[in-house]
Design a protein around this ligand. Structure first.
Ligand code: ZN
Length: 248
């Protein structure tokens, strides 16, 4: 049986060099989820310019599926769509993009259509490419991803007394929701205000093209992200290394 090929759009999430000539690239695709494929001469020869298989580059691929089971797919040809060079011009934005890429590579499987996650990742890369501050993008990403996976915490009412949370509340990573100060004896790192809960609620529900209607200060995005993040680490069972690089 002859090997079959298919075409797909993709974004490079990770690459591992194998010997001098080859690399194994992890892509995110619309419709096929994560895609791992071998590619030759993945390294860029022209300095300062992106190659189609560089990190975060958006590209069209032709991929050959192996005849033998257990063998890797192979990238046959590439056509770059967008190099997102703006991401690489700033260390903090690069860290934020890496955070998005590493987390998605952990959460999405091969052959998982994950169309909404593709749209989300592309949106985040575009924002970072155009100079958006890292925590605003990472907060949006985290909220939307948790929602897409069906594990966004309950943010409306207290998990102990059931009363709607109007004022300052704590988010408990392990117990999956928010608690009034008076309803928990645990110690938490930060409180969520009514304004924070409104921001989280908006980000969870809005379409991506309506995100920019909400303006969140970067310092608030960072504070809220740091409260939400332990929840996602707890439920995803994963902590992207890139976050440590950003917070260092
Ligand atoms: Zn309560």
């Amino acid at each position: 049986m002859a090997a079959a090929t298919f075409n797909t759009e993709a974004v490079v999430l990770a690459s591992t060099a194998v010997g001098e000539e080859d690399g194994i690239i992890t892509f995110l695709t619309p419709g096929r989820g994560l895609l791992r494929a071998a590619a030759s001469s993945a390294r860029n020869l022209k300095k300062g310019r992106a190659a189609p298989l560089d990190l975060f580059v958006r590209t069209n691929l032709t991929v050959r599926t192996p005849v033998k089971e257990g063998k890797l797919k192979r990238v046959v040809s590439t056509t770059m769509i967008d190099p997102f060079l703006g991401i690489r011009s700033d260390y903090r934005r690069l860290c934020a993009a890496s955070y998005v890429g590493q987390t998605v590579a952990h959460c999405i499987q091969e052959d998982d259509p994950a169309e909404a996650t593709w749209d989300l990742v592309l949106y985040c890369l575009r924002k970072l490419d155009s100079g958006a501050a890292p925590y605003g993008v990472m907060l949006l990403f985290e909220v939307k991803l948790l929602r897409q996976m069906g594990i966004l915490p309950e943010l409306k009412s207290c998990q102990k007394c059931g009363v709607e949370a109007g004022g300052e509340v704590f988010l408990d990573p392990g117990r999956g929701g928010i608690f009034h100060r008076r309803c928990t004896s645990m110690e938490y790192r930060g409180v969520l205000t009514a304004g924070d809960l409104a921001i989280l609620g908006y980000l969870a529900k809005c379409d991506l093209d309506a995100v920019s209607r909400l303006s969140v200060r970067e310092e608030d995005a960072m504070r809220i992200f740091r409260i939400l993040h332990p929840f996602s680490v707890h439920h995803l069972g994963y902590e992207a290394k890139a976050l440590g690089m950003l917070e260092r």
